[in-house]
Ligand binder design. Structure first.
Ligand SMILES: [Zn+2]
Length: 122
């Protein structure tokens, strides 16, 4: 169980399957505590049949249960990125254009098809 997240927020939105990695979520929960502002969950676990995952050539970070998209922008996004770097998250994706703004965090290891550490935009 987590202090700041419910199971329902973390399930695959396509099939309601749970699949988040517990160690990863403990890290996110600790970061949330430190940040002191809310972490709206845009996307957490996505099974391999989720429409976004199904079209990928290689398994996506969200299918591993070690990735989360947090719906923050502006100053909170700045603080979140700083906190995530300090906490050792290795993948940081920044989406800060248009109506759906978020910061993706994961803690995956480097693989041929997915280098880490890595920062990208959408
Ligand atoms: Zn699913």
């Amino acid at each position: 169980m987590y202090k700041y997240f419910t199971e329902k927020e973390l399930v695959c939105r396509h099939c309601n399957k749970t699949g988040m990695d517990d160690e990863f979520m403990q890290k996110v929960d600790t970061l949330r505590e430190k940040m002191g502002f809310s972490f709206p969950v845009n996307s957490a676990y996505r099974c391999k049949n989720h429409p976004i995952e199904a079209r990928k050539a290689f398994p996506g970070a969200h299918a591993s249960g070690r990735a989360i998209d947090i719906g923050v922008s502006g100053e909170e996004a700045y603080k979140l990125i700083q906190g995530a770097l300090e906490a050792g998250f290795t993948g940081i994706g920044v989406s800060q254009k248009g109506p759906t703004r978020f910061v993706h965090l994961d803690n995956l290891e480097s693989q041929n098809f997915r280098p880490r550490p890595h920062v990208w935009s959408y």
